[in-house]
Design a protein around this ligand. Structure first.
Ligand code: FO1
Length: 326
């Protein structure tokens, strides 16, 4: 059985995985999920990217939104607001709350996040093994100009990733992205083992900075991917010089990377990836990627539905075969 490891963020990663499991139904897929977006709210631990993967593959996702539960209601949020308890800018629904309550209860009882995730997946049966990148707390913070600082003082402050992404809609410049706690974090049990035993490693069209980049910032994970025998193939989240969805361009700018399909491939570099897929509209960029020592193909990369996404996943697996043993 083919062992595939995928480093996934939220919506882009989850949708790609749905295509992958359709293209390779017999594969043994391990997903290493980003937990840098995790946030503590109302005393509860919320893991947006793990939940997005779990709900999407388990059939519980709000399809149009891409995050949160289908058929959701917001009675708890409204009741909290009536007490003046926020944040009002983060939409936690009633059904979703149950997940966070179970998770928080299990964590408080001493289970590590990896065991809690496994337990939650027993309900959702996502058809993949979902591992958090780490059981340790890592929280992505974004450095922005401090709106309360005196003008011209250059004062800056760090905000939680969700505050930057959801409350501010990435509308202000990000000066730096800091995965707080990453240096001390250890990969969760099974992560390094899955990477070294993989036949193929895939980077879906997830955010290269705050999703895949955060996973790679956990000491040992980048090294394991670079040292793996398996071919590593990525799919560009940038199509026609703009993110397919989300605001990846804002955080790419923070790390000094242009929003082009080829710049993202070079950002990962040939030490890490062997192959890279760009969309057909970016076919002219394949030469730039190949000049960086990364095999590159131009194929349709719009995840419009499951068959189109399965075709992308099949192209990624085909490219992996092509570069195997390079
Ligand atoms: N995204 C939003 O744009 N607005 C929200 O209110 C929001 C709430 C939310 C609650 C649970 C969850 O699992 C995800 C949620 N997201 C929301 C998505 C999330 O902020 C990001 O898209 C991811 O963290 C990026 O991968």
């Amino acid at each position: 059985m083919q062992r595939i490891v995928v480093l996934a963020g939220g919506i882009g990663g989850a949708r790609f995985l749905r295509g992958l499991t359709s293209a390779a139904p017999d594969a043994d897929v391990t997903v290493i999920g980003n937990t840098g977006d995790d946030i503590h709210l109302f005393g509860l631990k919320v893991c947006p990217d793990l939940d997005t993967v779990m709900y999407t593959l388990g059939g519980g996702i709000h399809e149009e939104q891409g995050w949160g539960r289908a058929d959701e209601s917001f009675a708890v949020k409204e009741e909290l607001a009536a007490y003046g308890v926020g944040p009002e800018w983060f939409g936690l629904g009633d059904r979703d709350f149950a997940t966070h309550i179970v998770r928080t209860q299990m964590l408080a009882a001493g289970y590590p996040l990896s065991a809690v995730t496994e337990a939650l997946c027993e309900r959702w049966k996502p058809g993949v093994r979902l591992l958090p990148m780490s059981d340790d707390r890592v929280e992505t913070h974004v450095m922005i100009d401090d709106p309360d600082g005196t003008e011209g003082s250059g004062a800056r402050k760090a905000v939680h990733f969700q505050e930057y992404w959801v409350r501010l809609r990435a509308s202000v410049p990000a000066h730096a992205i800091i995965p707080v706690g990453a240096e001390q974090a250890k990969p969760a049990p099974g992560v390094l083992e899955a990477i070294s035993a993989a036949d193929v490693i895939l980077f879906p069209p997830s955010n290269p900075v705050v999703s895949v980049g955060t996973i790679l910032s956990v000491p040992g994970i980048r090294e394991a991917v670079a040292a793996a025998d398996a071919p590593v193939v990525g799919l560009s989240p940038i199509v026609g010089d703009a993110p397919v969805r989300g605001m990846a361009d804002k955080v790419l700018a923070a790390v000094g990377v242009e929003s082009t399909a080829s710049a993202v491939a070079r950002h990962y570099g040939s030490d890490l990836i062997d192959g890279w897929l760009v969309d057909t509209v970016d076919a002219a960029r394949t030469a730039e990627v190949e000049a960086a020592g990364i095999r590159c193909r131009a194929v349709p990369l719009m995840m419009t539905d499951v068959p189109a996404t399965a075709a992308m996943a099949a192209e990624a697996l085909a490219l992996a075969e092509e570069v195997r043993g390079r």
